[in-house]
Ligand binder design. Sequence first.
Ligand code: ZN
Length: 322
Amino acid sequence: MPPGKRQRQRRRGRQEESREQREMAPPPHQRALLLFPLVFLLLAPPRADAWGKEGHIMVCKIAEKYLSEKAAAAVQALLPESAGGELSTVCPWADQVRWHYHWSSPLHYANTPQVCNFKYSRDCHNSRGEQGMCVVGAINNYTEQLYSYGQKTSYNLTESLMFLAHFVGDVHQPLHVGYEDDEGGNTIVVHWYRRKTNLHHVWDVSIIDTEIKDFYNKSMDTMVEALKTNLTGGWSDDITQWENCENKRATCANDYAIESIHYSCNYAYKDVEQDITLGDDYFFTRYPVVEKRLAQAGIRLALILNRIFDGDKVDDIPLQVQ
Ligand SMILES: [Zn+2]
């Protein structure tokens, strides 16, 4: 949906509103309360997480729509009770446990030595050099674990599913396969319109937030519906190519990481330098990439889960909206 002038004007209108709101200082007794989140922010670890909560939820809402009957039943059987029967509710979970499961922190991303290609043997490791400890290794590992579904297994397959659903989202966020030196854009300070943030956060959260506010009437569900409509419309011819995966058993996470570093170089990092202000020019040329990556992640997550729980025969049938 190409946004027109009206949407730009609407955003400008909103910026005016928020400036007014900022200028309204809180009464003194509220100022102390406002300091609390600030203190937490200052104490928070510097590396940003992943697609924000919304990004992960949207990826999983799309995937749920494309699960085969058998795969949907297996997912239901594995979900924790707190999920209320919806995969999307547990998709941000891996970000919530990454400081508790300290070992899992490097599994959300991969870094390259400032080059625009990804090589598993060179780039998929943690800071101690342990091989496979990156987002691509994690997707392959949790997929392999889930193949033991229905058999006697020592794995906690509920956690395997929640990790897998999250990491398939992460590997599609371009800057989750970025440069080592700038930690996938985390150390590049930018201004998103008037707000100071970093480049990684712009791709995790800000572009999506701006879209939801300006294009979708502040509703994430409306954005999900728009993406689903695009999947049966404009993108329908591309889906077969997105599904294309030679390496059936081990997933094609490696290919998804290669795509991400290309998007990082050609879109995320392009024309960006420290302290730059990113506004309309950046937003309008980058949001289509974000939308496409969310949709691809959803389709590919469904594909992986259908293969695990419904056997390889699903490869002979194109993905269907259920
Ligand atoms: Zn993550």
